[in-house]
Write a protein that binds this ligand. Structure first.
Ligand SMILES: [Fe+2]
Ligand SMILES: [Fe+2]
Length: 164
């Protein structure tokens, strides 16, 4: 496991080891998997919540399940992409919540973290939800940046030219 933090792992472990949860490993998110993305978001949100004396347990659980939508998004034909992207943006938190409540017992805060992580689509009700929404966006920008760096790197450009 990437994050060897006992407190984090005590709460995250039971979710991460769930068979359905593991399915996120097969779904792509930018240049990694949704699984890697949610674990990163959960860890960094946990650090922020813990430092501020907030409910870090709910923060970890909500963050781990915030993108638990379990469908593949990259097979969409190009022309429909803007419409589907918008639909995905608005609906995936609701689908994630439905999947999560089917498998796990969640408190109000954890549910709010999931449905409101796409702020401004929905307004977060708790400080913990604001943290997860912030970390999710922050990491998304960072993941795009890494992807951009990879695509513009000399090694990648040369490989691309060779393939032409
Ligand atoms: Fe999301
Ligand atoms: Fe996310």
């Amino acid at each position: 496991m990437k994050y060897a933090d006992t407190k984090f792992m005590k709460i995250a472990g039971p979710l991460i080891n769930n068979k359905e949860f593991q399915k996120m490993k097969t779904i792509k998110h930018h240049d990694e998997s949704v699984y890697d993305h949610v674990v990163d978001v959960a860890y960094h949100s946990y650090k922020m919540a813990y430092k501020r004396g907030l409910d870090w347990e709910s923060t970890i659980r909500g963050a781990l399940l915030h993108d638990f939508y379990l469908y593949k998004f990259d097979k969409t034909p190009r022309v429909r992409l803007p419409y589907d992207a918008l639909k995905h943006m608005i609906h995936h938190p609701i689908i994630a919540l439905e999947n999560a409540t089917r498998l796990f017992e969640l408190n109000r805060k954890e549910k709010d973290i999931i449905v409101s992580h796409m702020f401004p689509a929905r307004i977060p009700k708790f400080k913990e939800s604001w943290i997860v929404s912030y970390v999710d966006k922050y990491l998304a920008v960072y993941e795009y940046y890494l992807n951009f760096r990879k695509l513009t790197s000399k090694k990648y450009r040369e490989a691309y030219q060779r393939a032409q």
